[in-house]
Write a protein that binds this ligand. Structure first.
Ligand code: BG6
Length: 535
């Protein structure tokens, strides 16, 4: 029998590790990516840097073309110049390498058009035929990326279908393929999300649809699955017997910036909870999937979301808090309050912070509170999942010891300073016991940092997600039933809030850890929010 190899430091990127655990290595298919909204903010800030990075890493297929579509009147050269300028300004990239740009630049093309006009889709079709001409017919794959506001989603998908650019597929093996990427927000409520699902599933097959939640593209979010299911030591503890409660925090220091118009309509529940926090909840609470394929993983996530205990008005009132930031200081500078931001109503009741206590009614989690919080203009930018274990049942170190105990806590840090830490108690060195018959204990932590183990190798979320669309792997995208299950959690809260506007909106000072009522909420269960900086 050969001994297993000793553990060693791996030089591969975590995403490669995940993929090699889950599936054989594959190469992205030849394809043309059509970006609808190519001159917009998302395309400039996220998609183009991600494509550049894919090209830099040698992960784009050789036969790859990009066709940008937008209202701005660029020709191909003008579009390339715009993209080149934006890459130079991007904070996602360290520098733009001329050799990489020399490979990527000629692959970019552009047509201008109005998304409401059928003629635009004929123009797109003509250009696609021209670009795809050198490839055999079964390699003329097309990826349509809707980098546009939700108000035009429906119109665009109808045109893509009616024009024949993206007909409904017979299944995932059909070649050439047609895939459609839809950005968040997916719907504005459960009813509108259902209607949008109904429409897209009438026009396309689920295997063609890739609903983006960029949190799923973050390395550390994917790593939750590996941490939980590629280690045998934590899973036996991952349940109501050992865990006292779970805290999920997505805290931002930014305000609403230039997105006031959108945010006034959305608020923190639609902007962050329906998608990112529900995904973190699902990954933390899910059962082990049978395999690492898209449906197996998503089946388990949907089960968690469906197990969230539905709350009636009284429970919502008790278990969910909302608040809005007022002026304060962040990072040594004064920042304005939400109501003073551009495009925000001076009496706006849109919450920029929410915290809630949820329960999962299933065997694993019955009775364990999950506390979720997210807000803008908080003290630190930090996203983390903290799992707090139960206290030991009996302590024989002297009656004062219990007061000194800090609960065992496992923290998965999503960003920044990505890593995983586990805190536990040790004896403080010294003769205190002999002197006072009292063992002195202190909490310490085992702390794993991605940066120390792997260097700065985390690819941006959009790079991972774009590659997965080209590979046809939907594991990191939300399925129709999953989107609806997440809406079912937040929809009753939104309805309750609409029906009961606060007499006076609770506020929190920018640069703090949120409103008083959020601290009271968790204190009702005998716990306190972590202050990540000080833990
Ligand atoms: C987006 C929200 O989905 O996520 C933004 O619309 C938010 O309001 C952003 O700022 C946070 O993403 P990240 O990757 O910076 O944590």
């Amino acid at each position: 029998m050969t001994a297993p190899p000793p553990p060693r430091r791996v030089a591969a990127r975590p995403s490669q590790v995940l993929r090699s655990i889950g599936a054989e290595r594959r190469i992205a298919d030849p394809c043309t990516m059509v970006v609808l909204g190519a001159s917009g903010d998302l395309s400039r800030r996220k998609l183009m840097p991600a494509l550049y990075q894919l090209c830099h890493d040698g992960l784009l297929p050789d036969a790859f073309e990009l066709l940008g579509v937008g209202r701005d009147a660029f020709d191909d050269d003008g579009f390339r110049q715009m993209v080149r300028d934006e890459l130079g300004k991007s904070d996602e990239l360290e520098a733009v390498d001329d050799a990489v740009w020399a490979r990527l630049g000629p692959k970019l093309h552009y047509v201008s058009g109005d998304f409401a006009d059928a003629q635009s889709y004929r123009t797109i079709g003509d250009r696609l035929t021209e670009l795809e001409q050198p490839r055999p017919a079964d390699q003329r794959n097309r990826l349509f990326y809707l980098a546009v506001p939700p108000s035009v989603f429906e119109e665009i998908v109808r045109h893509l279908s009616q024009s024949g650019l993206a007909p409904k597929s017979d299944g995932p093996d059909e070649r050439p393929w047609r895939r459609v990427v839809i950005e968040k927000p997916f719907g504005h409520s459960l009813a509108t999300a259902r209607a949008l699902n109904h429409l897209v599933l009438e026009l396309f097959d689920e295997c063609q649809l890739f609903r983006i939640d960029h949190y799923l593209g973050k390395e550390t979010v994917q790593s939750i699955l590996v941490f939980r299911f590629a280690n045998a030591i934590f899973e036996p503890l991952w349940n109501r017997q050992s865990i006292a409660h779970v805290q999920i925090t997505v805290a931002e220091t930014v305000g609403v910036e230039q997105r006031g118009g959108y945010y006034e309509e959305a608020g923190v529940l639609r902007d962050m909870f329906q998608n990112h926090l529900m995904q973190l909840l699902a990954l933390t609470g899910m059962e082990p999937p049978v395999t690492m394929n898209a449906d197996a993983v998503r089946d388990e996530k949907v089960k968690v979301l469906r197990s969230v205990r539905m709350m009636g008005p009284a429970e919502i009132d008790e278990s969910v808090v909302r608040a809005q930031y007022r002026a304060g200081r962040i990072g040594g500078r004064d920042v304005t309050g939400y109501r003073e931001e551009p495009m925000i109503a001076p009496n706006s009741a849109t919450p920029t912070y929410a915290a809630m206590r949820l329960f999962l009614d299933n065997w694993r989690w019955k009775g364990v509170p999950f506390f979720l919080r997210s807000g803008k203009r908080l003290a630190e930018r930090v996203s983390e999942i903290a799992v707090q274990f139960r206290d030991p049942p009996h302590l024989m170190f002297g009656h004062e010891t219990r007061k000194l105990l800090a609960p065992n806590t496992l923290v998965m840090r999503i960003q920044p300073d990505e890593g995983i830490s586990l805190s536990f108690q040790v004896k403080t060195p010294g003769a205190a016991y002999q002197l006072a018959r009292q063992v002195e204990v202190a909490p310490v932590a085992m702390d794993f940092k991605y940066r120390a183990a792997f260097g700065d190798a985390n690819p941006p979320a959009y790079e991972t997600l774009l590659l997965d669309v080209m590979l046809g792997d939907a594991t990191l995208f939300t399925r129709s039933d999953e989107v609806e299950a997440a809406w079912k959690v937040v929809d009753p809260i939104l309805d309750f809030w609409d029906a009961h506007p606060p007499a006076r909106m609770e506020t929190y000072e920018a640069g703090t850890w949120g409103p008083t009522s959020a601290h009271q909420l968790i204190a009702q269960n005998g716990f306190a929010w972590r202050v990540p900086d000080q833990e």
